[in-house]
Each structure stands twice: as structure tokens, then as C-alpha cells.
Design a protein around this ligand. Sequence first.
Ligand code: HEM
Length: 467
Amino acid sequence: MWRRDKFKFPPGPYRGLKGWSFRALRQNPLEMFSELARCGDIVGIRVVNFRNIFVNHPDLIEEVLVGHPRRYIKGRVLRANRHVFGEGLLTSEGDFWLRQRRLVQPGFHRARIAAYAVTMVQYAQRMLEGWRDGEERDVHQEMIRLTLQIVAKTLFDADVAGDARDVGKSLELLLELGADFRRTLFVPHWVPTPTNLRIKREIAFIEGILHRIISERRACGRDTGDLLSMLLHAQDEDGSRMTDQQLRDEAITLFLAGHETTASSLSWTWWLLAQNPAAEAKLHAELDEVLVGRAPSIDDLARLPYTANVITESMRLYPPAWGLARVAIEDHELGGYPVRKGMGVAMAQWVVQRDTRWYDKPEEFRPERWEGDFAKRIPRFAYFPFGGGPRQCIGNSFALMEARLILATIAQKYRLHLVPDHPVVPLASITLRPRYGVRVVLESRQPRVIRNLSQTSQTTAQTLSAD
Ligand code: HEM
């Protein structure tokens, strides 16, 4: 136990960082966390009455997530959203969480997700059938609809094409309103404010669709081998099955956690590629060389290293989960400072993954930096878009495979040019997404067969920039 008179709170902006305020944290958290990092690797911040520690060094982050995960529960904002996620994987804790994680995990095993690859490519191709050369589109909305349909089909064997637009919008709104910590922390969700009533309506709409999917499956009793079947048939040691409420909580969690993140990561990728023609040309060259115009499959992924590096680098600069938060449930020490029960601990991928200690010219989009053994030469938690430790993202491999396959499918057929003057700015809600979407003009392209990539690699940028 830490004695009050010995209590040592890490230095931080409460001792006078210029411009620091609760409002600034609400309005521009990315900038505020970047500013906090300039105070050191472990920083004390007070947000109204809550004491928090902001941890900015990979080793300390590892200590929190991997070293002593049982000292913490999820952060206040996420827990204040339990009326949305219920006791789903993202928000549940302790033995209940562990039981659910064990039930859901087989749905994400290697062999199982390999089978999802075909659906991912087919759905991306189906989307492209509606695209036309010269057309203007919001590629973020396109990615949201696509990834939502993929998660519904692969995990629940449900076709939500007809509802995808409305469901996507509802889920997006829930994530955005859920991240407003002034509202979530200080206005209980049951108070009938206009915003809370709106949230209630959106939840009811999503629940309606989920209940339809679940009851149709219960009624037919068929085991289609997907995650929903697994959950429906899963039995606890005492023989009990999951209730409809538990199913609803897992389903809404997987819908929410499983599509917007991947969609945002792809939207940022298109935006970055459109501004980096040399990287775009290299990507096209690799796809043309390996795929020679045919649709990608899971077996191709190992032969598409540049495609993988494009996604890795995009998620470094624009991590869809831009920050993680925990609350301590016991007194302990971290980085030489006492952490008391009830204190918040925050970590930000947005900040660590742009730190000059680990990345040369961190603001630049350079997929090449991941070539060779670069990932092994930086500390484990200098790059952690999927978190780490026991609460690491369960959909990690699913998401990486999906992002690479979608990128490969689309980039073979189209170049995406940014619409001039359309503002593309990050909105740090629970996820990091482009606030006003990413408006692009489509240019169809024909894959070019390049016989010897190594011969052309030095001149790739010049020869293909006119592609
Ligand atoms: C690029 C895409 C994705 C990113 C960046 C991402 C990121 C994350 C992160 C950082 C966490 C840990 C949160 C924490 O420790 O507090 C997490 C948890 C989780 N993610 Fe993802 N995720 C992605 C895609 C997916 C997909 C495709 C699914 C499911 C289909 C999914 C389902 C989940 C679930 C259920 C959890 C909670 C796991 C647990 O606590 O046991 N995610 N994700």
C-alpha cells in the first residue's frame, strides 16, 4: 500500500503545460497526447477528478499489457459504453471474459480464417462491379459497407447487403458518440437526453437485425460451421448454452470491432497511396507481376510482401485503434511511480508509432522501412496496432488478411485520385477514421505483366508513374 504522504505523481501538464485543458483533450486528443509525450515517457495528467498516467515508452506499455494485465481493467470510456457492447469480448472482464474468449477463439484459428479469404475477394469484386471509370466516390463509405458485409457473411453467414448502408451509419454513430468522454463519463446512458435517446434508437435498430439473424439460425438448427453456429452450439462445462443476450453482446461487439477498424485502415491506405505515387507504382508492379491480372487468393499473400508492407506502414501512421486505456484495480508501481487503485493508464499508438526514437522520418509514408528485419530491431511495443497480451485483438490475422486481399483486388483494377480541396482529417473517436470520408475519382487500370521485377525496381517509379 502506498502511504498518502509518500505519494509521488509523475510530472505532467497539470504543472503548467501551455494550452492544456479538458476541452482541448476532448476536441483534439491526438494533438494533446502528442504534446503530453513531450513531457516524458511517463506523464501524470488529471482529467477533472481522475488521476491518469500516460505511458509513452514501449517497455512500459509491454509491462502494462503483457507483464501484469491482471492489475487492470478496461478504461472508463469503454466501460461507460457497456450498454452498447454488453458483456461482449471487448468490454467483459475476469473469468467471464476468459470463458467467452475460449468460446470465440476457434472461429479465428488459422485454418478457419483461411476459408474466409474467398468471401473477402468475392465481395470486393462484387463491389467493383458497381464502380465506373471517372466516377467520384467516398471510398471510406465503400470500405465500411464492404467490410461490414464481409464480417456478417464470414462470421454469421448473413447477407446484410440490403441493410449495409444503414447499419454502417448506425455503428459509426455509436462509435463516435461513445467516444465523447464528457458525455459518457458524466451523463449516465439512461438519462433521456436527445443524444442518449438517439443512441438507444441506433442500438435498437442494430439489435433488430442481429435478433433476426440469430432467431433464423436457431429456428433452422443448421450448423453452417461459422462462428455463430459455434457460439450457438458451444456448451459450458456445466452444460449451459449461451443466452440470446450473450449472443447479442458478442455479435454486436464483433460487428463493431470487426469492420470499422479494417475499413478505416483501408481508407487511410488509399489516401496515403494517392499522395505517394512511387509507392503506388511499386504496389502495382508487385500485383501485376505476381497475380498477372487474376484475383488474389490466400496462397498469393506470401508472395506479396510490398502489399503487406503498405498495410503495415499505413497502420503505423494511422492506427485504427489510436489509443488504449486501462484502470488499475490494485496498487502497484510502474516506471518508478506508484499507481493507485482507480487510476487510469493511457497508451497511444498514434504517439509511439510516430516516435523518432524508433522511426526515421516518422511522418513519411515509407512501406520500404519494413523490409528485412526492421520489425525485429525496434522494441516489441513500438508498433502495436492490435494491442498486446491476453486482450490482444482476436481479429488480428483476419483483419490483416482482409486488408491485403481487398487492397490487392482493388489496386489491380483502379487507381484512386483524391478529389482536390476535399478535407481529409482524422477523427479520433473510439477508432481513428477520416472525419469527412475520403473522396476519390476512380481511374480504371489494366494490369501490366512485368517479367522481371528486380530489373525494373530501380526505375519503377519513373516508368510506372505514367501507368
Ligand atoms: C485493422 C483492424 C483492427 C484493428 C487495428 C484492431 C485493433 C484492436 C485492438 C487494439 C484491440 C485491443 C483493445 C484493448 O486492448 O483495449 C482489439 C480488440 C478486439 N478486436 Fe480488434 N482490431 C481490428 C480488427 C478486428 C476484427 C476484424 C475483429 C473481428 C472480426 C476484431 C475484434 C476484436 C475483439 C472481439 C476484441 C476484444 C478482444 C478481447 O479483449 O478478448 N478486431 N482490436
